[in-house]
Design a protein. Structure first.
Length: 128
């Protein structure tokens, strides 16, 4: 599940509060470092970081899609390369095994359960 982009209620409330504080005094200074200028700077810093975070998420989503697409291309090419080796050297060759394939003669052919049941009935009927 991709990460969700974020918004900030704290940022929205702070922006609204800053407007109210500016209406009291545009150069409000409550002492001990509590100034309107410091408050506005903290708001701007948080907004910038939040915007950077959301922008980075968008970039990551684009990169993830590009990786998924290149993986599909590579998977298809890998399959085609193996089939090419099988067509060129044969599916029972050592080269086919070296390329990652399974020899045609080594692949066990199993019957489905339905066919196994039919085969057993025929064997029992023939025995009778």
């Amino acid at each position: 599940m991709p990460r969700q982009k974020r918004s900030s209620q704290t940022l929205e409330r702070a922006q609204q509060r800053s407007v109210s504080l500016q209406s009291i005094d545009p150069a409000l200074d409550l002492g001990k470092g509590l100034t309107l200028e410091v408050y506005l700077s903290a708001i701007a810093t948080h907004k910038t970081q939040l915007d950077d975070y959301n922008r980075t998420l968008s970039s990551i989503e684009q990169l993830a899609l590009a990786v998924d697409e290149s993986e599909k291309v590579l998977k298809d090419l890998s399959e085609r390369m193996l089939l090419g080796v099988g067509a060129f050297y044969g599916k029972d060759s050592e080269q086919y095994v070296m390329a990652g394939g399974a020899r045609k003669s080594d692949v066990a052919h199993t019957m489905s359960k339905a066919r196994v049941g039919v085969s057993k009935k025929k064997s029992q009927e023939e025995a009778a």
